[in-house]
Design a protein around this ligand. Structure first.
Ligand code: FAD
Length: 416
């Protein structure tokens, strides 16, 4: 169908039904006129609505995700917040420190006049909520489990092959994760930088109540984050750990018995919350920065981890991707309302331009932070300590830092 004539129907296909693919489907369902079909294709089985336990899923696994203010705003707009609320651990204060050094800083929600600096959700809980919402929107077709094996572009759109069948798409959204095979097969150029480290994750319980504290501690081997989780019937005082370690150390601690693991972690973190009383399943992830240098072409756009996979230290990957998804939805809806294709190149280029600054700042911060705190140079060391101490002493500086991390300014800019 050519642009300009009244368009009868359009089809957006999202390859990848992880956190970002499902969120985009919901945003598009809200923003696009009824005549546009939306299909999400997800390669791995997703849990049935009534399932008590879920099969392993790469996006909705044992990790937890810190949600920023901008994400909370978008999830509220989608009507998902109240459902998520019982599973959200509010972050009331953040304690940032370096092991064995004097500099430390405390950021507090109270100081900002906010209820919380962010919220922590376990990925399976987020997955269940997104999935239930997608299943409740009749316009969204969920093909799962089904894999997109190939996509071919021509002047009018894309032929997308899934499980031997070819469907026609006016826009293909590539949201199949950091190791995206679709992005590679279509020749989108990526930059990749390995951090030579692994992120070891586990859910833990401590002797003492966390009272909404999150901890970000920079150690010689890399940053360690502990995020407050809600209590469950089985366990109170729960926290989610993300510990950046050299690969051999991560592998050793992943399989170590609970006591050895507990001792190693207490040694790195200290006893701010007393002893560790419970250690959950441990998993580790190789850490790399993957950036798609080109993110959009006519009828095709790259999103989520496929567009940028970040170091988890600042907890920004999903938050950034959701702001991208909201902006993408706005740009293509505007194009469709002007009788253009959802894959209109001008609209997709306007989208990438609108996201450039937020992506550059967020990626730069999450890339620079872990390295900065591991440099051995004594002058740099002193600078970092003073920076942390300075953050603690100057409320205005702290406020600016928190506003940046909350992503609110970026969300406002994305909306124009
Ligand atoms: C340890 C750790 C902690 C993190 N903590 C935070 C945090 O606190 N806050 C935050 O904002 N971010 C955090 N992140 C980042 C966040 O997890 C990612 O931004 C998010 O998972 C990206 O989601 P995605 O949907 O783009 O990709 P993925 O989660 O990788 O999902 C991709 C999906 O595509 C599917 N797929 C793959 N190939 C195909 C195919 N050919 N056809 C169909 N489907 C396919 C997969 O099955 C999968 O479901 C963290 C990351 C890590 C590793």
């Amino acid at each position: 169908m050519s642009d300009g004539a009244a368009r009868q129907s359009d089809h957006v296909v999202i390859a990848g039904g992880g956190m970002v693919g499902l969120s985009l489907a919901l945003l598009l369902d809200r923003d696009l006129p009824e005549r546009v079909r939306i299909t999400v294709v997800e390669g791995m089985a997703l849990p049935e609505p009534t399932a008590v336990s879920s099969p392993y899923h790469p996006s909705f696994d044992a990790r937890s995700t810190a949600l920023s203010f901008s994400t909370a705003t978008l999830l509220q707009e989608l009507g998902l917040w109240d459902e998520l609320l019982p599973g959200l651990g509010p972050i009331r204060q953040i304690h940032v420190s370096r092991r064995g050094r004097f500099g430390s800083s405390c950021l507090s929600a109270h100081e900002q006049g906010w209820d919380a600096l962010g919220w922590v959700v376990e990925n399976p809980c987020l997955g269940r909520t997104l999935l239930a919402a997608v299943r409740g929107r009749p316009r969204i077709e969920l093909r799962c489990p089904a894999r997109v094996s190939e996509a071919r572009a021509d002047a009018g759109g894309m032929d997308v092959t899934l499980d031997g069948e070819t469907v026609r798409a006016d826009l293909l959204v590539i949201a199949d994760g950091a190791a995206s095979t679709l992005r590679e097969s279509l020749g989108f150029f990526t930059r990749r930088k390995s951090y030579g480290q692994q992120g070891l994750i586990a859910n833990l319980a401590f002797e003492q109540d966390h009272q909404g504290w999150a901890f970000e501690r920079f150690t010689a081997s890399g940053p360690l984050a502990l995020l407050p989780l809600v209590a469950t019937a089985e366990s109170a005082h729960r926290m989610a750990l993300v510990w950046t370690l050299p690969p051999t150390e991560a592998q050793r601690l992943q399989v170590a018995d609970d006591d050895s693991f507990r001792r190693a972690l207490e040694d790195a973190f200290g006893h701010r919350l007393g002893r560790i009383t419970r250690v959950g399943e441990r998993h580790s992830y190789p850490l790399a920065l993957v950036e798609a240098v080109e993110q959009a072409r006519r009828h095709c756009v790259v999103l989520g981890n496929a567009a940028h996979a970040l170091h988890p230290v600042a907890g920004q990957g999903f938050n950034l991707a959701l702001r991208d998804a909201a902006a993408l939805s706005t740009h293509i809806s505007d194009a469709v309302r002007r009788q253009r294709s959802p894959g209109d190149l001008d609209a997709l280029e306007a989208y990438t331009r609108s996201r450039h600054e937020d992506q550059a700042i967020t990626i730069g911060a999450s890339d620079g932070l872990p390295g900065l705190f591991m440099v051995a140079d004594p002058l740099v060391s002193l600078g970092r300590d003073l920076a942390l101490a300075g953050l603690d002493l100057f409320p205005l500086l702290r406020r600016q830092f928190v506003h940046q991390a909350a992503g609110m300014a970026a969300l406002e800019t994305a909306r124009g």
